[in-house]
Design a protein. Structure first.
Length: 428
């Protein structure tokens, strides 16, 4: 019997069944993942090396990954496990300690213990999971495993390198396997994985997990994005290819991708401030880029974020400016006027800030920058998933592309303003 069958019973029959359970039976039923899980949350039958769980936001893919790992530990098939996330913080906050993480789903008396200093998770039966950031692929060089769980593969900054290193380490036991849980994006590593005959793929939309999601989430998010291209990707877990009417495509970006920037002559932070602040604000676009001695541009960072007060986004801009030892901040002032500079001065009193005003449409401003990409003069350092999604999807009339606007301001300053700079040694 599965939860779906129980839900199909009339209310009286369901209540009668639940009342018939002893306290012990009720506890066991509550803890029985196979009873409550949907079919797409259970590992497929047959021979596979990778189980790819493609899910919309809130679809329950994290729970599926955690339960698979716990099941492998219980069965004695996994003793050395790799946990790989976008960052170390994501591994701990989502995969380990999150509401659907490994420590949260563990049965009473069997909860694994996390050793912060050694970045490892220890189960009472001796199984151990080591924590890795996909942003540091070399950390995966050397260790070996009999199982692995990777979360949000399509967002990994250095996806190709991290994926390769993980595969080299998955070499213990008779049948080493891995589960990858992610919202889909049409990035090369994910497309290859889907096409691989050794991959088993399951999919679930956000709607599949409706019973476990807050009503406010559906009112605010589903109503806004359902039916859009972004909604089909983020909610329905569809692999959406590039918009043919967009100025960029992923092949163009991929051709120029590198893992490390060279010596840089200048570094600029481009800022597209939100029109309003607080809970209803749009994103504040914050993109950092530099120009090398070779005259080519390198996009270094995307720290864009929404729902921030003016002071909060100014702090975020300041953090990016300092982290990359930038030379200037270029910020659009159409919506905020002198307030834009004023709020940033509270965090960076002495920073060189240039306010720019948009006098032409967004597409007209973006076209010269797209041409630089076509000429091979712009390179992305690692993956910048959300920025690249916007670049390959935005067309006039769609929601304002805050990240893309910030990118355009930064690259316009570096590549089209006519200013030059002296090479300097920078901390890379």
């Amino acid at each position: 019997m599965r939860a779906g069958f129980l839900a199909s019973l009339a209310a009286e029959a369901r209540e009668e069944f639940l009342k018939s359970l002893t306290p012990r039976e009720a506890r066991l039923l509550h803890a029985d993942w196979r009873f409550w899980a949907r079919d797409d949350q259970l590992a497929p039958e047959g021979e596979w090396t990778t189980w790819l769980v493609l899910g919309g936001r809130g679809a329950g893919k994290t729970r599926a990954g955690a339960e698979w790992v716990q099941g492998e530990v219980d069965a004695g098939r996994a003793g050395r496990i790799a946990l790989v996330g976008e960052t170390l913080g994501d591994v701990r906050e989502v995969m380990i300690d999150g509401p659907s993480g490994l420590r949260s789903i563990a049965r009473e008396g069997e909860r694994p213990r996390y050793e912060v200093s050694r970045r490892r998770l220890l189960w009472p039966n001796g199984a151990v999971a080591h924590v890795f950031s996909a942003g540091e692929p070399e950390s995966l060089r050397g260790p070996q495993f009999d199982a692995a769980w990777g979360d949000e593969l399509a967002k990994w900054r250095y996806a190709e390198a991290a994926w390769d290193m993980l595969q080299f380490g998955l070499r213990l036991g008779e049948n080493p396997r891995q589960v990858m849980t992610t919202t889909p994006r049409p990035v090369p590593v994910l497309k290859r994985l889907i096409a691989d005959r050794r991959t088993a793929v399951t999919r679930a939309s956000t709607h599949a997990n409706r019973a476990n999601l807050a009503d406010g989430f559906f009112r605010a998010v589903i109503s806004r994005y359902e039916g859009t291209r972004l909604g089909r990707q983020e909610l329905d877990a569809e692999l959406i290819e590039d918009n043919p009417d967009a100025l960029w495509n992923r092949e163009l970006i991929e051709r120029g991708r590198i893992e490390r920037a060279p010596l840089l002559v200048r570094v600029v932070v481009g800022v597209d401030p939100p029109a309003t602040g607080g809970a209803k604000s749009d994103e504040c676009g914050i993109v950092c880029a530099g120009i090398g001695e070779d005259g080519q541009a390198y996009v270094l960072d995307d720290r864009s974020l929404g729902r921030l007060s003016p002071l909060a986004w100014a702090k975020r801009v300041a953090g990016c400016y300092r982290a990359h030892e930038a030379d200037r901040i270029v910020a659009e002032a159409n919506m905020g006027g002198e307030m834009v500079e004023s709020v940033m001065r509270q965090e960076m009193p002495d920073a060189p800030i240039r306010l720019v005003r948009a006098t032409r449409g967004k597409r007209v401003r973006a076209e010269p920058i797209a041409a630089l990409y076509e000429r091979g003069l712009v390179h992305h350092v690692g993956g910048l998933a959300k920025l690249e999604d916007q670049m390959c999807d935005w067309t006039p009339g769609a929601k304002s592309p805050d990240r893309l606007d910030a990118l355009v301001w930064a690259l316009t300053e570096l590549m089209l303003s006519g200013e030059a700079g002296e090479p300097r040694m920078r901390r890379l």
